[in-house]
Design a protein around this ligand. Structure first.
Ligand code: NAD
Length: 320
């Protein structure tokens, strides 16, 4: 973990998919972890194996509630702001909450970090690039976002959060950085959250048709969660401010992804094409030169290994 060991970290959204992996990794490295989560889209089950560990504390609370943040006792030297509904199904169900956690939540988390003298990292997203007109996407690209479209609450929440981080650093001297995470997959994704990997894997395991949006020619570059966590912590341990892209290098069409999952699960399922969501980005691939050059980061877990681990986890949780 880049050699850096923090004494005590606050992770907002720590009971979510990526957040729970971050909690585990930091605990393993000897950092005490406080996970603040309102369970809007996360689950206590995601951190159940961490709860008995002495360095871990789960706090039920909302990152947009000033008392929840200021009321946490002790001092943190790392604040990772990951609270936010992240899948289209979730943020369209929670549109105002999504905007609030990007605005008020980010502001409060930044203030807590500054008060404690902590390093701060905002989980931003490739969605700030919208439906990109530049390919691959490098950090200097400003994006192509529809501010009133169905994805706008998420995209604009994160864009505003990025502006807040930048302003806080400039106006208050907060040691704050921005990571732009591209599509990440792995164990503890939620069945039914609408994202391609958990949807296809559960459909394949259940012998149902894999519902591919449109002709399935749209691409994503998926990154296994362990690699994403490595990237986030490498940024946290560095003096970089970002934004820094963290994402997988293998661009894949959704049709190809569905086929690989059918093959890997040995399922008899077929592909069924369904309507494509409005403003669904056509292509997505990160330019990760900055992360490679400044953080020494690159994804290590290949496709087959990452998908195998994910399918294994889903099979076990379906069986449980
Ligand atoms: P997730 O939905 O699994 O996790 C989000 C967590 O935040 C959940 O546990 C949820 O309960 C919690 N939360 C939401 N609003 C909250 C609030 N107001 N107060 C406290 N807790 C709150 O999603 P994820 O995929 O783990 O994403 C985590 C972060 O990473 C998000 O900020 C997301 O935007 C960002 N991100 C994720 C991806 C990805 O591919 N998974 C890609 C880009 C960015």
């Amino acid at each position: 973990m880049s050699g850096q060991v923090w004494s005590r970290a606050l992770i907002t959204g720590g009971a979510g998919f990526v957040g729970s992996h971050l909690c585990a990794r930091l605990l393993d490295a000897g950092t005490d972890v406080v996970c603040l989560d309102n369970l809007a889209t996360g689950s206590r089950a995601n951190v159940a194996d961490l709860e008995p560990r002495p360095g871990f504390r789960f706090v039920a609370g909302d990152a947009t509630d000033p008392e929840a943040l200021t009321g946490l006792p002790g001092r943190f030297d790392l604040v990772l702001h990951f609270a936010c509904p992240a899948s289209p199904v979730d943020y369209q169900r929670l549109p105002l909450e999504t905007l609030d956690v990007g605005s008020t939540g980010t502001r409060l988390a930044l203030e807590r970090a500054r008060a404690d003298g902590a390093r701060f990292v905002l989980a931003s997203t490739s969605e700030v690039y919208g439906d990109p007109l530049e390919h691959p996407q490098r950090e200097g690209y400003w994006g192509n976002v529809n501010p009133v479209g169905p994805r706008s609450v998420y995209d604009e929440s994160k864009r505003f959060a990025e502006a807040l981080v930048t302003a806080h650093r400039g106006a208050r001297g907060t040691d704050a950085a921005i990571v732009r995470i591209f599509n990440t997959y792995g164990p503890r994704m939620r069945t039914g959250d609408g994202r391609a990997v958990p949807t296809f894997v559960t459909q394949a395991l259940d012998g149902l048709p894999l519902t591919v949006a449109g002709d399935g020619g749209q691409t994503r570059s998926l990154c296994y969660v362990d690699d994403t966590v490595d990237g986030v912590l490498a940024l946290a341990a560095s003096a970089e401010t970002g934004p820094v892209n963290i994402g997988g290098g293998d661009e894949i069409t959704m049709l190809e992804l569905a086929r690989r999952i059918i093959e890997l699960t040995g399922s008899a399922s077929r592909v069924r094409h369904v309507g494509r969501p409005v403003d669904d980005p056509a292509r997505r691939r990160p330019d990760t030169r900055l992360a490679r050059e400044r953080l020494g980061w690159r994804p290590r877990v290949g496709w087959s290994e990452g998908l195998e681990r994910t399918v294994g986890w889903f099979s076990r949780s379906v069986a449980a």
